[in-house]
Structure formats: C-alpha cells, structure tokens
Design a protein around this ligand. Sequence first.
Ligand code: PLP
Length: 388
Amino acid sequence: MLSLAEPADVVFEIDLKAIQANFRTISALVGPHVKVAAVVKSDAYGLGMVEIARALANAGCDLFFVANLHEALLLRSSRINAAIAVFCDEFARFGQFYRSENLIPLVNNGSEMDAIRATGEPQTYFLNVETGFSRLGLTFDDVRRFYLSGVFGQHPPAVMLSHLACSDCAADATNVLQKNRFRAIYDLLKPTLGSLAASAGVWLDKSYHFNMVRVGSALYGLNNAGIQPNPLQPVVRLRAKVLDIRTVARREAVGYGATFRTARNSRIATAAIGYKHGLPWSCANKISVRLGGYTAPVIGRISMEYIAIDVTDIPETVCGIGAFAEILGEDFAVDELAAAAGANPQEVLTRLGAGCTRQHLNASSPSAPSVGKAPDAGDSHSPFALAV
Ligand SMILES: *Cc1c(COP(=O)(O)O)cnc(C)c1O
C-alpha cells in the first residue's frame, strides 16, 4: 500500500548478511587468537547501530565500540547481550550510568585515570594511549607517572589500545613508529589485551594485531587499504526513482551553473536523489548510474533533491518514469563514489545513511540466542571473555 510517510523514491538498502560475512572474513584473517571488536559509532557509520549490532552479535561478536554514552545507553536498551565500550564520554561525571548499565569507559587522559582510581573499587576500563595521533589517549609521560604511582597495579586496564594514523598506507613509516611505541607501553603494563589496528591495520602484518582488532569500515564494505582483489562484500545498495524524462535539444544547458551542455538532441531523466540525501555535490559530471543493465552518466550539478541522467543511449523500454536508477551496488561501491567526489568514504557513507530512508535486508529472527537480556551490572566487572 502506498504511504506518504514512507518515501520510496530513494531506496538505501543495507545487507546485514554481507556485514556478517565481512566480520567472518576479518575473523578468519586475524585467526582464533585475535578478538574482533565491532566499531558501531556514529550510528554504525550511518547504517543503523542497533540493527547492525544485533546482526554482528548473532555472528559471534561480543564487544562493540560506540562514540558516546548516549549511543551506549541506546544500544544497551536494545538488549544487546555483549560488552559495550564508549570511545569518549565523561566517566567522572556519569560513572553511575557506566556501572548500572555495565558499560566500559575508555580512559583518554590523566584526569580520567584519576576518576578510575577515585572509584576505589574494581572498574573495568580500557586504556587509550597516545602513540602518534595526537587526538585522545594518555601521553607517555602520563603512563609513566601512573605506572610509578602503582595505579595500574591496583586498577589494571582490561584492554590497552591506540589508534594508527596511516594504516591505509602500508609503506608509511608512521606505522612502525606507532607500533614500537605501543609495544613499549604494552610490555610495561602487560594488559590482558592489546589493540592497535582498526580496519586497514588488519591488512598490515600480524605484528599489528596484538590480541584484538577494532573494525568499523571493513564491516561496512569499505576497502580503505585498497586490497586487491577486494576481500570485502559490498554492503549497501542505493537506488533513486526516475521522476521525469524529457527531450532536450542540442546545446541546451542542464542544471545549475550550466556546467553541462548537450552535444546532441538528448533524453534527460531526472531522478529523486540529491545532496540532501548525502550524494556528494562534488560528484557532479563524474559518476554514472545503472539502469536495467545499461550505464548512463550523471550530468550537470547535483541538486538538493535531484540528479540529471543522460539516458539518450538507453532503450526507452528500460528507462521510463518510475524506473529505478542504481547509484551504488555491485558495480559501483562507496569507495568509488567517494573517489569520484574527492571525498572520504566514511563521510559519504555516514551522510547517505543519515540522509536516506534505510532498509535492512536479511535480519535474522529477534529470538536468536545471542540477542537477549543485558547482563546485570552486579554480575561481573569483566563482562566479556578476556581470555584469548
Ligand atoms: C573509528 C575508530 C575505529 C574504527 O576505524 P575503522 O578504520 O573504520 O575500522 C577504531 N578505533 C578508534 C579509536 C576509532 O576512532
């Protein structure tokens, strides 16, 4: 039935099975002794945190990283029976929520380490250390100071982690520098688990894996390291409805700024997607869409709600009003769209996810075993298997 509340002019599909497959691909690659944690921050890069965490929990993932406490509470209330770690939010102020909802804070600086110490009781936390990113994480001086004061003996971190700046470029010397710095602190603190690599870091050599990798992009099909052949399955498919088709005479302008001018008498289709939906404005005159097995170029600027497609070479039987033009799919991935637009693939993905109505494919039944009641806060202060 047609419903005005559900605009079907843009269809943004997210294949949960493909995300599970990518999780398994990475798990197989790192091997049984390295834990794979899923990064579902920023609403799982725009693709739907709760749906994706459920699918990944069903595939065996038992640790999720979210951006802040708000996301953590949302995920916990969706009854994900797994450990949830919060990249950055005030433990000192909101400690009660961390404890009552069994959430794991990251310690990103000295004052957060003081807050852990001030609890005076066992508190599971992950220690973020700075190795060359200059974003979050204890500096080496902080680490040394806390080490000498004995805090890490009384409050050992469950996981020690750091973040690589250049892991998408295997040859970059920054990788080795960060790994060596990480290794030095790891050997000093001897945490239960160490985690340095995110998605692209998985494809650096095994010495970067330590005991745990934290992957976001790769789960969502982004091949940041450009590995060939691409080991990841495409996750999203994006289609937009053709709203209008008209004949345009030779030498007429198409769209804002008249950046495209017809070289021949043309048939121009208008499809229902624009930068409002997250299609980058900068991909004007640079991408193509697929229509019934044919490829047709997007021409002129991207409008807020529309794109123009030159369908002159496509049979009218294939491209009529109401047909769907495929923008992303098997033949054209987010990586390629981002490259055409001169944009960052993660940015393109999060904007599309936020701008389009999403449809999740291949969700398994909600009664699946690993989706259930959140563990009680009193159960344990080590809510996931730390043994490797
Ligand atoms: C976002 C983020 C990740 C995941 O990065 P991907 O490259 O998308 O896998 C891992 N660790 C930290 C600290 C992050 O901020």
